[in-house]
Design a protein around this ligand. Structure first.
Ligand SMILES: Nc1ncnc2c1ncn2[C@@H]1O[C@H](COP(=O)(O)OP(=O)(O)OP(=O)(O)O)[C@@H](O)[C@H]1O
Ligand SMILES: [Mg+2]
Length: 252
Protein backbone atom coordinates (compact mmCIF):
# COMPACT_ATOMS: atom_id res chain seq x y z
CA UNK A 1 0.00 0.00 0.00
CA UNK A 2 1.38 3.42 -0.84
CA UNK A 3 1.97 5.89 1.97
CA UNK A 4 -0.80 8.00 0.49
CA UNK A 5 -3.35 5.19 0.55
CA UNK A 6 -2.29 4.25 4.06
CA UNK A 7 -2.82 7.80 5.30
CA UNK A 8 -6.27 7.85 3.82
CA UNK A 9 -7.22 4.62 5.51
CA UNK A 10 -5.77 5.58 8.90
CA UNK A 11 -8.06 3.83 11.35
CA UNK A 12 -10.66 5.88 13.10
CA UNK A 13 -10.54 6.19 16.86
CA UNK A 14 -13.54 4.15 17.89
CA UNK A 15 -14.01 3.17 21.51
CA UNK A 16 -16.75 1.22 23.16
CA UNK A 17 -18.66 3.35 25.66
CA UNK A 18 -18.20 0.77 28.41
CA UNK A 19 -14.46 1.20 27.88
CA UNK A 20 -14.53 4.97 28.51
CA UNK A 21 -12.37 5.41 31.64
CA UNK A 22 -14.06 5.89 34.99
CA UNK A 23 -12.42 9.31 35.21
CA UNK A 24 -15.15 10.44 32.85
CA UNK A 25 -18.02 9.14 34.92
CA UNK A 26 -20.59 11.88 35.41
CA UNK A 27 -20.42 11.38 39.17
CA UNK A 28 -16.87 12.81 39.10
CA UNK A 29 -17.96 16.17 37.72
CA UNK A 30 -18.84 19.06 39.95
CA UNK A 31 -21.28 21.95 39.51
CA UNK A 32 -25.02 22.32 39.03
CA UNK A 33 -24.68 23.98 35.64
CA UNK A 34 -22.40 21.21 34.38
CA UNK A 35 -24.84 18.54 35.54
CA UNK A 36 -27.76 20.39 33.97
CA UNK A 37 -25.99 20.43 30.60
CA UNK A 38 -25.01 16.78 30.97
CA UNK A 39 -28.63 15.83 31.63
CA UNK A 40 -29.94 17.81 28.71
CA UNK A 41 -27.58 16.08 26.27
CA UNK A 42 -27.70 12.61 27.75
CA UNK A 43 -31.48 12.56 28.04
CA UNK A 44 -31.97 13.83 24.49
CA UNK A 45 -29.82 11.07 22.99
CA UNK A 46 -31.24 8.46 25.32
CA UNK A 47 -34.76 9.43 24.31
CA UNK A 48 -34.01 9.48 20.58
CA UNK A 49 -32.23 6.12 20.70
CA UNK A 50 -34.83 4.45 22.92
CA UNK A 51 -37.82 5.72 20.97
CA UNK A 52 -36.21 5.27 17.56
CA UNK A 53 -36.54 8.94 16.55
CA UNK A 54 -35.00 8.96 13.07
CA UNK A 55 -35.32 12.67 12.28
CA UNK A 56 -34.61 14.13 15.69
CA UNK A 57 -31.95 16.65 16.55
CA UNK A 58 -28.52 15.81 15.19
CA UNK A 59 -26.65 16.82 18.29
CA UNK A 60 -24.99 19.63 20.19
CA UNK A 61 -22.31 22.24 19.72
CA UNK A 62 -20.50 22.86 23.01
CA UNK A 63 -18.67 26.15 23.04
CA UNK A 64 -16.77 28.11 25.64
CA UNK A 65 -13.37 28.82 27.10
CA UNK A 66 -10.60 26.20 27.24
CA UNK A 67 -10.66 23.74 30.10
CA UNK A 68 -14.34 24.13 30.99
CA UNK A 69 -15.13 20.44 30.45
CA UNK A 70 -16.56 20.28 26.92
CA UNK A 71 -14.60 17.27 25.70
CA UNK A 72 -15.01 15.49 29.04
CA UNK A 73 -18.75 15.93 28.85
CA UNK A 74 -18.91 14.13 25.51
CA UNK A 75 -17.03 11.18 27.01
CA UNK A 76 -19.31 11.19 30.05
CA UNK A 77 -22.43 11.15 27.87
CA UNK A 78 -21.13 8.18 25.86
CA UNK A 79 -20.17 6.38 29.05
CA UNK A 80 -23.64 6.87 30.52
CA UNK A 81 -25.39 5.73 27.33
CA UNK A 82 -23.20 2.63 27.53
CA UNK A 83 -24.92 1.82 30.81
CA UNK A 84 -28.33 1.95 29.10
CA UNK A 85 -27.70 0.11 25.85
CA UNK A 86 -25.54 -2.88 25.09
CA UNK A 87 -23.56 -1.57 22.14
CA UNK A 88 -22.63 2.10 22.31
CA UNK A 89 -19.57 3.49 20.56
CA UNK A 90 -17.73 6.77 20.70
CA UNK A 91 -15.94 7.89 17.54
CA UNK A 92 -13.30 10.53 18.23
CA UNK A 93 -12.53 12.94 15.44
CA UNK A 94 -10.15 15.87 15.47
CA UNK A 95 -8.49 17.88 12.72
CA UNK A 96 -5.72 15.29 12.26
CA UNK A 97 -8.33 12.67 11.40
CA UNK A 98 -9.71 14.76 8.59
CA UNK A 99 -7.01 17.04 7.20
CA UNK A 100 -5.62 15.48 4.03
CA UNK A 101 -3.18 17.12 1.66
CA UNK A 102 -4.83 16.25 -1.62
CA UNK A 103 -7.90 17.90 -2.99
CA UNK A 104 -10.98 15.77 -2.41
CA UNK A 105 -9.44 13.45 0.17
CA UNK A 106 -10.83 15.21 3.22
CA UNK A 107 -14.32 14.85 1.82
CA UNK A 108 -13.76 11.12 1.35
CA UNK A 109 -12.59 10.93 4.92
CA UNK A 110 -15.69 12.70 6.25
CA UNK A 111 -17.94 10.34 4.33
CA UNK A 112 -15.90 7.41 5.72
CA UNK A 113 -16.50 8.57 9.29
CA UNK A 114 -20.26 8.67 8.87
CA UNK A 115 -20.28 5.39 6.93
CA UNK A 116 -18.30 3.76 9.72
CA UNK A 117 -20.82 4.91 12.30
CA UNK A 118 -23.60 3.36 10.21
CA UNK A 119 -21.74 0.07 10.03
CA UNK A 120 -21.28 -0.21 13.78
CA UNK A 121 -24.05 -2.38 15.16
CA UNK A 122 -25.54 -0.32 17.94
CA UNK A 123 -25.55 3.33 18.86
CA UNK A 124 -22.84 5.85 18.19
CA UNK A 125 -21.79 9.26 19.44
CA UNK A 126 -19.43 11.04 17.07
CA UNK A 127 -17.28 13.66 18.79
CA UNK A 128 -15.83 16.35 16.52
CA UNK A 129 -13.36 17.93 18.91
CA UNK A 130 -12.16 21.52 18.41
CA UNK A 131 -14.41 21.73 15.42
CA UNK A 132 -13.31 25.24 14.37
CA UNK A 133 -10.02 23.79 13.19
CA UNK A 134 -11.83 21.22 11.07
CA UNK A 135 -14.74 23.16 9.68
CA UNK A 136 -14.00 26.84 9.29
CA UNK A 137 -16.66 29.33 8.54
CA UNK A 138 -17.19 29.43 4.79
CA UNK A 139 -17.77 33.17 4.94
CA UNK A 140 -14.25 33.81 6.21
CA UNK A 141 -11.81 35.88 4.29
CA UNK A 142 -9.04 33.82 2.75
CA UNK A 143 -10.85 30.52 3.15
CA UNK A 144 -9.79 27.99 0.53
CA UNK A 145 -12.26 26.41 -1.85
CA UNK A 146 -11.31 22.92 -0.63
CA UNK A 147 -12.40 23.94 2.83
CA UNK A 148 -15.77 25.01 1.55
CA UNK A 149 -16.21 21.71 -0.29
CA UNK A 150 -15.26 19.82 2.86
CA UNK A 151 -17.75 21.75 4.99
CA UNK A 152 -20.50 21.15 2.47
CA UNK A 153 -19.93 17.40 2.56
CA UNK A 154 -20.03 17.48 6.34
CA UNK A 155 -23.31 19.39 6.41
CA UNK A 156 -24.79 17.02 3.87
CA UNK A 157 -23.81 14.00 5.99
CA UNK A 158 -25.34 15.66 9.04
CA UNK A 159 -28.58 16.28 7.17
CA UNK A 160 -28.79 12.59 6.33
CA UNK A 161 -28.05 11.40 9.86
CA UNK A 162 -30.28 8.70 11.34
CA UNK A 163 -30.75 10.15 14.82
CA UNK A 164 -32.29 6.95 16.16
CA UNK A 165 -28.78 5.45 16.21
CA UNK A 166 -26.27 8.27 15.89
CA UNK A 167 -25.68 11.54 17.72
CA UNK A 168 -23.07 14.23 17.16
CA UNK A 169 -21.25 16.36 19.69
CA UNK A 170 -18.97 19.12 18.43
CA UNK A 171 -16.78 21.27 20.68
CA UNK A 172 -15.05 24.57 20.15
CA UNK A 173 -13.56 27.50 22.00
CA UNK A 174 -13.88 29.69 18.92
CA UNK A 175 -17.62 30.01 18.43
CA UNK A 176 -17.19 32.95 16.08
CA UNK A 177 -15.06 30.87 13.70
CA UNK A 178 -17.60 28.09 13.40
CA UNK A 179 -19.63 28.01 10.22
CA UNK A 180 -23.14 29.35 10.72
CA UNK A 181 -24.50 26.27 8.96
CA UNK A 182 -23.13 24.11 11.77
CA UNK A 183 -24.76 26.30 14.40
CA UNK A 184 -28.03 25.88 12.51
CA UNK A 185 -27.71 22.10 12.57
CA UNK A 186 -26.44 21.48 16.09
CA UNK A 187 -27.98 22.84 19.26
CA UNK A 188 -25.44 25.31 20.71
CA UNK A 189 -24.69 25.27 24.43
CA UNK A 190 -22.32 27.71 26.10
CA UNK A 191 -19.88 26.58 28.77
CA UNK A 192 -19.41 29.57 31.02
CA UNK A 193 -16.33 30.32 33.10
CA UNK A 194 -16.49 28.80 36.57
CA UNK A 195 -18.20 30.52 39.45
CA UNK A 196 -16.17 30.58 42.65
CA UNK A 197 -18.26 27.93 44.46
CA UNK A 198 -17.80 25.43 41.64
CA UNK A 199 -14.09 26.24 41.44
CA UNK A 200 -13.72 25.53 45.15
CA UNK A 201 -15.79 22.37 44.96
CA UNK A 202 -13.55 21.04 42.15
CA UNK A 203 -10.47 21.98 44.15
CA UNK A 204 -11.76 20.28 47.30
CA UNK A 205 -12.52 17.07 45.42
CA UNK A 206 -9.10 16.96 43.76
CA UNK A 207 -7.38 17.76 47.06
CA UNK A 208 -9.15 14.83 48.69
CA UNK A 209 -8.14 12.52 45.85
CA UNK A 210 -4.51 13.62 46.01
CA UNK A 211 -4.21 13.96 49.77
CA UNK A 212 -3.44 17.67 49.55
CA UNK A 213 -4.53 19.98 52.41
CA UNK A 214 -7.51 21.89 51.04
CA UNK A 215 -7.21 24.99 53.24
CA UNK A 216 -4.09 26.31 51.59
CA UNK A 217 -5.48 25.69 48.12
CA UNK A 218 -8.72 27.42 49.07
CA UNK A 219 -6.80 30.40 50.36
CA UNK A 220 -4.81 30.64 47.16
CA UNK A 221 -7.86 30.39 44.91
CA UNK A 222 -10.00 32.91 46.79
CA UNK A 223 -7.20 35.45 46.81
CA UNK A 224 -6.60 35.19 43.06
CA UNK A 225 -7.41 38.11 40.85
CA UNK A 226 -8.83 37.30 38.41
CA UNK A 227 -10.37 34.12 39.80
CA UNK A 228 -9.65 30.90 37.89
CA UNK A 229 -11.96 30.56 34.90
CA UNK A 230 -11.77 26.85 34.15
CA UNK A 231 -11.66 23.46 35.84
CA UNK A 232 -8.31 22.87 34.14
CA UNK A 233 -6.88 25.98 35.81
CA UNK A 234 -8.12 24.81 39.21
CA UNK A 235 -6.63 21.36 38.63
CA UNK A 236 -3.30 22.93 37.77
CA UNK A 237 -3.24 24.75 41.10
CA UNK A 238 -4.04 21.59 43.07
CA UNK A 239 -1.39 19.66 41.17
CA UNK A 240 1.23 22.28 41.99
CA UNK A 241 0.39 21.86 45.69
CA UNK A 242 0.60 18.09 45.24
CA UNK A 243 4.07 18.31 43.69
CA UNK A 244 5.17 20.64 46.49
CA UNK A 245 3.90 18.10 49.00
CA UNK A 246 5.88 15.31 47.33
CA UNK A 247 8.96 17.51 47.38
CA UNK A 248 8.49 18.22 51.08
CA UNK A 249 8.16 14.51 51.71
CA UNK A 250 11.31 14.06 49.61
CA UNK A 251 9.47 11.56 47.45
CA UNK A 252 10.81 13.43 44.45
N1 LIG B 1 -17.40 20.38 36.14
C1 LIG B 1 -16.21 19.78 36.31
N2 LIG B 1 -15.94 19.12 37.45
C2 LIG B 1 -14.74 18.54 37.64
N3 LIG B 1 -13.75 18.51 36.74
C3 LIG B 1 -13.97 19.13 35.57
C4 LIG B 1 -15.19 19.81 35.30
N4 LIG B 1 -15.12 20.35 34.05
C5 LIG B 1 -13.91 20.03 33.60
N5 LIG B 1 -13.21 19.30 34.48
C6 LIG B 1 -11.84 18.81 34.31
O1 LIG B 1 -11.10 19.84 33.68
C7 LIG B 1 -10.19 19.30 32.73
C8 LIG B 1 -10.39 19.95 31.38
O2 LIG B 1 -11.59 19.49 30.80
P1 LIG B 1 -11.79 19.33 29.22
O3 LIG B 1 -10.53 18.88 28.56
O4 LIG B 1 -13.01 18.51 29.02
O5 LIG B 1 -12.07 20.84 28.80
P2 LIG B 1 -12.40 21.44 27.36
O6 LIG B 1 -13.50 22.42 27.57
O7 LIG B 1 -12.61 20.36 26.37
O8 LIG B 1 -11.05 22.24 27.02
P3 LIG B 1 -10.48 22.70 25.58
O9 LIG B 1 -11.42 23.75 25.08
O10 LIG B 1 -9.13 23.24 25.90
O11 LIG B 1 -10.45 21.48 24.71
C9 LIG B 1 -10.41 17.80 32.74
O12 LIG B 1 -9.43 17.21 33.54
C10 LIG B 1 -11.78 17.64 33.34
O13 LIG B 1 -11.91 16.40 34.01
MG1 LIG C 1 -11.58 19.89 24.60
Amino acid sequence: MSRRAKELSKPLKVIKAVGVPEDYDVSRFVGEEYKRIFNLIFKTFYYQFREGVKRGIKGFLLYGEPGTGKTSLAYAVARELGKKFKDVYLILVDASDIARPLYGESEIRIVEIFEESKKLMGYTIILFDDVESIFMSRGREGIESWHIAQDNVFFHMLDELDTSRIGVIATTNWYELVDKALIDRLYPIEFKPLDIDTALAIAEKRCRELGVPYNRVKEEITSMNPLPRSAREVERIVIRHYIEKLERLEVI
